[in-house]
Each structure stands twice: as C-alpha cells, then as structure tokens.
Design a binder for this molecule. Sequence first.
Ligand SMILES: Nc1ncnc2c1ncn2[C@@H]1O[C@H](COP(=O)(O)OP(=O)(O)OP(=O)(O)O)[C@@H](O)[C@H]1O
Ligand SMILES: [Mg+2]
Length: 363
Amino acid sequence: MSEAGVLSSTTGAAQAAPVVAICKAVKRFGGLTVLDDCSLTAQEGEILTLLGPSGCGKTTLLRCIAGFLTPDSGEILIDGRDTIPVPVNRRSVGVVFQSYALFPHLSVAKNVAYGLRMRATPAAEIATRVKAALATVSLTGFEERYPSQLSGGQQQRVAIARVLVLEPRVLLLDEPFNALDAKLRGTMQMEMRHLIKRLGITAVFVTHDQEEALTMSDRIAVMRAGRIEQLGTPEEIFDRPQSAYVADFVGASNFWEGVAHAGRVALPDGQSVATALDGPVRVMLRPHNLVLRAVGGEAAAWDGTIRFRRHIGALMEYEIEVAGGRMLRAVALRDDTIAALAGGDRVSLGVRDAAACVAFPPA
Ligand SMILES: Nc1ncnc2c1ncn2[C@@H]1O[C@H](COP(=O)(O)OP(=O)(O)OP(=O)(O)O)[C@@H](O)[C@H]1O
Ligand SMILES: [Mg+2]
C-alpha cells in the first residue's frame, strides 16, 4: 500500500485514537532489514492480522510490540504512549505463541495462575480470576488436569486463559493454531474470534494462512519483505487487491495477459475491465469468477480444454488449457452440468462479473 494509504487510515478524522500505533518501525539484524518503515494501527476492540509469507517480518513486528525486541528506529505506541522505554513485564500486552509453552509439571489451574503469582497477587484474587479465565475458554472442570492429559485444542485454550487472566490491554497471537489439525484449527479460529469480540480486546494476530486471516480479522495488513503492502478489511483485500502480490497471496488467482487501451482491457469473452493503466497488463481473474460450459463442435469465443479436475467437497476445481498453452483455474459448485465435465473435454469460458476483475502492470 502507498504511504498515503497507510497514513490516511491511521489519521482518518472519524477514527478514535488507536490502541496500538506503529510508526515507521525499522528493524535490522546485521545487514538484513527485516522491518522496513512499517506503519500500522489497531483500533479499540479490533482484530488486526499481519499476513505474509515466511520470513516477511511478522513475528519480528509482533515481538517489537510485545517489547522482546526494540526497533532500530520508529515508534510503537500503546494508548498513545511510547512503549519502547517500558520493560516487557510492565507492558499491558499478552502474547500467545505457536507452541503453547505450558508448564508440563503444573496443573491447568497452576499454569493459568502462574502470571498472577509472579505479580504477587493475593491468593483469593488468583482463585477468582483463574476460575473466570477457565470459564471464558470453556475449561471449567479441567483445573486439576496436567497438559499431557489435554487435547491440542484444550492446551491451546489453556495458553489463551493464561494470557487473558492478566487482563492485557492488547492480545498478541503468533500463529497460535499451527499445531492443530485442519478441522480443529477451523473451529478454534471461530471460537477465538467470538471470544476476542465478546471480551472487546484489541488483538494483533499473525498468520501466513490467508484463509485464517480472512476468517479471523477485522482488518488485514498484508506484509511483503518487511513492509506493509496493503491494509484493509478482508473484503477490500480479497476483492480490490492493490497489487498482483496481494491478489496472488490472498485467494487463488489467474492472471490473464491483455492490453489496456483508452481506459479498458478487452477480455477474450467479449467483456472488458476498466483500468487506469495503458499498454500490457495482467488481469486478475478469480477461479470462482470463471463460468464453464461444455462446447460441441461449434467455435466458442473463448475456449479451452480441461486438463485436470478435482473434487473439493461441494466444489469442483478445473485446470483449463487455453490458447498459447496457458493454464487457467476455475472453481464451481458441483452441480450436474459441472460434474459431467471431464479431462479432455472442450469447454467455453466466460467471466461471471467483469467488474470483479482487477488489472495490474505486467510482471
Ligand atoms: N534474532 C534474529 N537474528 C537474525 N535474523 C533474524 C532474527 N529474527 C528473525 N530474523 C530474520 O528476520 C526475517 C524475518 O523473520 P520473522 O521471524 O519476523 O518472519 P515471519 O514473517 O514471522 O516468518 P514465519 O512465517 O516463518 O514465522 C527472517 O529472514 C529471519 O531469518
Ligand atoms: Mg513467525
């Protein structure tokens, strides 16, 4: 995203003061610049996700917010106050890591109580708060169990209760579901989102999984090599990506190469897409935005041959070879017409909604 875009979303007049504000953070490890002029805000009660490929700097940014790392330059504010001079244990942030890091020799209740004991909280208050925290994550009755006697999802909930019991102003979550199988992961994503929303906590969530980001987030910051490439709601990121990088990283995309002229790119099915670009472009065509029809002998305006198909539950996915040997991916609900299309079949292609296509400069 452009500098102006980041600034406008951090200083918009209608916005309340952000809970977390990162201003031009730079972090280098030796010669490697890992955070490169990162600016970002999280509003009260918002779930903000840092999304990007491995090594793009997500954990580094989270560790800077938590205070485990100090940026080389830039500011990190919580409730408008500079956090950099504040030691880790005095910051009102709670961190949930990918590995739950539970103490194996302590019971669930003692794991959750640990942080409060370290702060010399009175025993009666510890008991009340631990009980409430376990109820929050639906683990009432598990107090005396040990981590080894819990499922992965339950261990993850203990790790969350252990942080929530400290009543942090900001909750930081670094790929907290990575160790869970796909189904449980999906359930935990929904549970976690509901829980954070119910408690009204401001959360910064890290993932490299675009579906998880789309599920969990109020806004997503797509990161690329230490920079924020685009910041927006899941809908903005998915429907109006500002670069081919974002279009490619979030949701599968086909890129169709065309030529823009006088503000439009003609698509091979006869429709066209508006663009400010001129000359060669790549047009984002989401797989669900392609419509397939079987063709007989007649010539179709835009045709291809099915090279591969697979079931994805209620959907069918096809790879279709079009002119020039290019492959396009299409996804459709598995109705009778779609299910009848098989490898080797000739198909005619159309774009369902040309307005949902976005043109980018050539690679
Ligand atoms: N303490 C360190 N010393 C040197 N290099 C580091 C250090 N911590 C991180 N890096 C490097 O900084 C870059 C970003 O690391 P970071 O952990 O922030 O990535 P990430 O986006 O969280 O990736 P992943 O999705 O794999 O967790 C990587 O190239 C990594 O090797
Ligand atoms: Mg990481």
